[in-house]
Write a protein that binds this ligand. Structure first.
Ligand code: 5AD
Ligand code: SF4
Ligand code: FES
Length: 347
């Protein structure tokens, strides 16, 4: 039996553990192991990306969603939520502000909202790429067909975020209603990869019914998929969802998983997520110290921010984009890193 430190060393060197090793490590690690992994992970990030932290401006352009994920405040079944949709011009205005603040990646995120047709999204991508040719465009708009993804790529989109949520099919069924399929989620991620998107997957840490076995499956899945980006945040309950009474995920486990992902996929772009900053005031800074190298502040107009509530108490809902930009600069510098004014592509 290897000790946890030996397992972390093995991961660091060979970028791979067996399912058994993953479950052993994840079920028995202590604070010392976690900090040991964080130190190694941070050294790996520094070696590849230096002291640069990349920023992405997120435009949450629609909170309308026709899916019903049990965990999410935007779910169609949440009738308490006032829905909004930004116009193409509104979205362009957010990007203009963002460009001035030094963002060179725009993330266009929404619920699964069929109001925005493939043609509209393609037009939008083309407009952004034309107006800001030195910027990357990331889409985060959910499950689509291969043809749709191909159209987005042809229009100039560079990256796509679609969390797999769980690599365990049975667990997927506990987080989603019957009309959502794990196989289709996997198909989407494979399509995105094969089309040449810088592809992001990811999971919530501590989502209801998640077991150590599920997390081991997630690590093995990601080892195989080799995503360019990995989004990890703690599960946080939302009061108008079926999971309102479920406990939130573990802050420490989230940091540990960030470090382990860094050691497994050294070049990955790993954000210190908004959920991590919500569960702990300095969560994002600690995420950077655990091996993350991306922060994604909000660029949405202030008037809609409190309506994009995936979970309760989401941070930055009252802050203007300029405020978040300055806030991020200070937070990143407080842990010895710099905000880089570049696209921040996968190396
Ligand atoms: N807590 C934490 N993360 C959540 N997400 C959705 N709802 C929640 C929640 N309650 C995450 C999902 C989704 C991403 C956009 O936000 O992983 O893919
Ligand atoms: Fe819709 Fe995405 Fe929320 Fe699911 S997680 S309900 S698809 S916005
Ligand atoms: Fe929005 Fe700190 S990032 S206020």
């Amino acid at each position: 039996m290897k000790s946890n430190k030996e397992l972390i060393d093995k991961l660091h060197i060979s970028h791979s553990l067996t399912h058994e090793e993953w479950t052993a490590l994840l079920s028995t690690y202590n604070e010392e192991d976690r900090l040991y992994a964080a130190d190694r992970a941070r050294a790996v990030t520094d070696e590849i990306y230096g002291k640069d932290v990349f920023i992405r401006g997120i435009v949450e352009f629609s909170n309308t969603c026709n899916k019903n994920c049990y965990y999410c405040g935007l779910r169609a079944g949440n009738t308490k939520l006032e829905r909004y949709r930004l116009s193409i011009d509104d979205i362009m205005d957010c990007c203009k502000d963002g460009y001035e603040f030094g963002f060179r990646t725009f993330v266009l995120q929404s619920g699964e909202d069929p109001y925005y047709t493939t043609e509209m999204i393609c037009e939008l991508v083309k407009r952004i790429k034309k107006e800001f040719p030195d910027c990357a465009v990331t889409l985060s708009i959910g499950e689509k067909s291969y043809e749709d993804y191909k159209a987005f790529k042809d229009a100039g989109a560079d990256r796509y975020l679609l969390r797999h949520e769980t690599a365990n099919e049975e667990h997927y069924g506990k987080l989603h209603p019957e009309n959502m399929s794990w196989a289709n989620r996997m198909r989407c991620l494979n399509d995105l990869k094969s089309l040449g998107f810088q592809t992001g997957c990811g999971v919530m840490i501590g989502s209801p019914e998640q077991t150590i076995d599920c997390l081991a499956d997630d690590m093995l899945y990601m080892e195989k998929l080799k995503p360019e980006m990995i989004g990890l945040g703690p599960f946080l309950p939302h009061s108008d969802t079926p999971f309102r009474d479920k406990p939130k995920g573990s802050y420490e486990m989230t940091l540990f998983m960030i470090s382990l992902c860094r050691l497994m996929l050294p070049h990955a772009l790993i954000p210190a997520t908004t959920a991590l900053g919500t569960i702990k005031p300095d969560g994002r800074e600690q995420g950077i110290l655990a091996g993350a190298n991306v922060i994604m502040p909000n660029l949405s107009p202030v008037r809609v921010r409190d309506k994009y509530m995936l979970y309760d108490n989401k941070i930055c809902t009252g802050d203007a984009s300029s405020g978040c930009r300055a806030c991020i600069e200070a937070r990143v510098q407080s842990v010895g890193y710099n905000v880089a004014i570049t696209r921040g592509d996968y190396k």
